[in-house]
Write a protein that binds this ligand. Structure first.
Ligand code: NOJ
Length: 681
């Protein structure tokens, strides 16, 4: 491992490091020393894709520009099809791309369309999230609504575009019109014409419960056949765009598929209902936004609020004090490592005594919640016959709740539905109202394995599945309960509207160290996720395992990072419910646990300082007067110099938790060097 020490400079990152700046800090700006190879690689991918990216000509088109003028969206009809293109800083970002929807029993809305009229307005507001990556969010966009009509049928279709400084959103709107009572979307024909020579990071499209829990691929875009969203594309070293969606309500999830014979061009591919239909709608309806988050640096993507801004303002009125961003601990990693069991028996994990130990840990850590998986009857094994109100015999729920309350800790009730949604839907109201009576204000849902709704096996991401997750959010809000949803739908910013929808999985999180073979999550994944999966919203990655080699059941697997890298995940990965995943015993044995004490789970300010996707990333987040900085590298050692120019002038105490000189992620991942220095800026 390399190390750089220089007078009046602060070295912030080694193989992986974390710094707390408790009140102040300093250092003249210095450029990052490493990763020229990676930057060159991105630059090579910047070759223009000749011919592939012709734009919709602005002459005769409707054009909407971002407030700073750098992004321009042109919309026009070409041979009866609505088309759009996006230009960023004078260069084509999205070439001429088709729009349209197919409805059952009607001529495709990709044909015979013309623009009847347009409307324009400006949105300019600042809103304050209950929790998030910044305490204030500016929502500033120019909006263009195109009212289109189809020749022959007279069917009216609107397209609403919003151009922000950090990207573009557009959605279809079916205005109220005669004969629109019940209709079926059979396909959405939205295209994204991107540079086929661009570098991209994505996971393949899928529809089962684990489709979002895959490792991100680093591919030339021309090599991508299908993708889940978000997918991140870098046409040049200074140009990044993430395709995703926002406000996914009452509609299926969008995946992308390559259009045959047109390299770099992708079409939306909605997840189908069991009978092949995509969405069943009734009357006026606005689809989710199709989003393009745009930046010149990866950090621009990580700092963007585009997805949240494309969701409606908060719908939970009145007292919201029960929505608490916080860290949590719990009976979880010991189950994943097979030290204890979800099932009843001699090795049962969630016993009264054991959960009390975790409550003690929560108190020491400044965490606010405790999770106890395996607390209810018939947990584990086939998980059948569970109910979410009856504890296992050795788990005294009232006593645990009393002990937790006495210590100022909330209880997270685990509801592993195992996909039995019919049961869950039918009992939701009963379960959540009882939880409210008991003072339980947090639920972790789970949908591992098949998804049975209305007695029919279906995708986790179709329209009915999306409606189910929404029913859970709504029922939870009525009973003052927050949700952490595993194996559910990817985040699309809905938490702006429903801030009780705290976090979710939809990521190959820490537990995949157990399920993806001995290699688990390769180290580079943590340098990709902030610019892909996390663009959608928070993820319950469940970091914080400091004893990364702990293997009590001799599974032969381990966490593929160093202990210091686990610490660095806290400023790097955002989640308003953020787990401290290790056991009380492991934390007691690791002095670097000090870093996790009183770790914030919401931030006033976020700066993604320096990143090369797939190689390294450095993120600083402020909570009150304290900055937390995380630096993560892939499997290669590297030394980074990080200018502290983001700090106000003054003197700060820097507490540094970094890989020690002898630390290697494969051979000796545990040593963490802890230092305290004074830094000035
Ligand atoms: C998978 C979830 O992601 C994990 O967190 C949970 O422990 C198991 N399912 C059991 O519900």
């Amino acid at each position: 491992m390399k190390r750089a020490d220089a007078a009046r400079r602060t070295l912030l990152a080694m193989t992986a490091a974390v710094v707390i700046l408790g009140g102040a800090a300093a250092v003249p700006a210095q450029a990052a020393e490493l990763a020229p190879g990676a930057l060159a690689e991105v630059a090579q991918a910047a070759e223009p894709a000749t011919g592939a990216l012709a734009e919709v000509g602005e002459a005769g088109a409707q054009v909407v520009s971002s407030p700073d003028g750098d992004l321009r969206v042109a919309v026009a009809t070409v041979d009866g099809r609505l088309m759009y293109s996006v230009n960023s800083h004078g260069k084509t970002l999205v070439g001429a791309s088709g729009l349209g929807v197919d409805l059952a029993g009607r001529p495709s809305l990709t044909r015979g369309m013309s623009i009847a009229s347009v409307e324009r307005r400006t949105i300019n507001e600042t809103w304050k999230p209950l929790w998030g990556t910044s305490s204030k969010v500016r929502n500033h966009a120019s909006e263009l609504t195109v009212h289109a009509v189809q020749a022959g049928t007279g069917f009216r279709l609107d397209l609403v575009f919003r151009a922000f400084d950090d990207g573009v959103g557009f959605r279809y709107h079916f205005p109220g019109q005669s004969d629109l009572d019940a209709y079926t979307v059979t396909a959405e024909q939205t295209e994204f014409a991107l540079d086929p020579a661009a570098r991209s990071w994505s996971i393949a499209a899928g529809k089962t419960w684990s489709a979002d829990e895959q490792h991100y691929r680093d591919l030339l875009l021309s090599g991508v056949a299908t993708a889940q969203t978000p997918i991140t594309v870098a046409p040049a070293a200074d140009s990044y765009v993430v395709v995703h969606e926002a406000d996914l309500t009452d509609y299926p999830s969008m995946t992308l598929k390559a259009v045959p014979g047109r390299p770099g061009v992708f079409s939306s591919d909605l997840i189908a209902l069991p009978d092949g239909a995509k969405a069943r709608l009734n009357g006026e309806f606005a689809t989710p936004w199709r989003t393009l988050t745009v930046g010149e640096r990866p950090g621009d993507l990580g700092e963007s609020h585009l997805i949240e801004n494309l969701n409606d303002a908060g719908a939970i009125c009145g007292d919201t004090s029960w929505i608490k961003p916080a860290t949590y601990v719990g009976v979880w990693w010991e189950l994943q490592r097979r030290d204890t069991t979800w099932t009843a028996g001699p090795k049962h994990g969630a016993t009264t005594a054991r959960v009390k130990q975790y409550i003690d840990l929560a108190r020491q850590a400044g965490a606010k919640f405790v999770l106890a998986e395996g607390w209810n009857v018939n947990s584990g094994g086939s998980w059948s016959g569970q109910d979410f109100l009856t504890p296992q015999a050795d788990f005294d729920l009232p006593e645990v709740l009393r002990y937790a309350a006495d210590n100022g800790i909330g209880y997270i009730a685990h509801n592993e539905t195992r996909g039995d949604i019919d049961y869950y839907d039918q009992n939701l109201e009963k379960i959540f109202s009882r939880y409210e009576e008991l003072g339980i204000h947090a639920v972790k849902t789970g949908y591992a394995t098949k998804f049975l709704l209305g007695g029919v096996n279906r995708s986790h991401y179709d329209q009915e599945a999306v409606r189910h997750y929404q029913r859970v959010i709504d029922a939870a809000a009525r009973h003052r309960i927050t949700i952490d949803a595993h194996e559910a739908i990817k985040p699309t910013g809905l938490a702006r509207t429903y801030p009780n929808m705290m976090t979710g999985e939809g990521v190959a999180g820490l537990e995949q160290q157990n399920y993806m073979g001995v290699n688990g999550n390769p180290p580079a994944q943590a340098t990709i996720l902030p610019f892909t999966r996390f663009i959608g919203g928070p993820a319950d990655y469940t970091p914080g395992v400091l004893n990364v080699t702990w293997d009590p059941a001799r599974l032969g697997t381990r966490v593929q990072t160093t202990s210091a890298a686990q610490l660095a995940l806290y400023p790097t990965f955002f989640s308003p419910m953020q787990m401290l995943a290790d056991t009380p015993e492991n934390y007691a044995a690791h002095p670097e646990f000090a870093f996790l004490k009183n770790m914030p789970a919401t931030w006033d300010e976020t700066r993604v300082l320096d990143s090369v996707i797939g190689d390294y990333t450095v993120t600083a987040r402020r909570n009150g007067g304290t900055w937390y900085l995380g630096a993560i590298t892939d499997e290669n050692d590297r030394t980074l110099q990080v200018p502290l120019s983001f700090l106000p002038q003054g003197t700060f105490v820097a507490e540094t938790y970094a890989d020690a000189q002898e630390t290697t992620w494969k051979g000796d991942p545990l040593p963490v060097e802890i230092r305290k220095t004074l830094v000035r800026w």
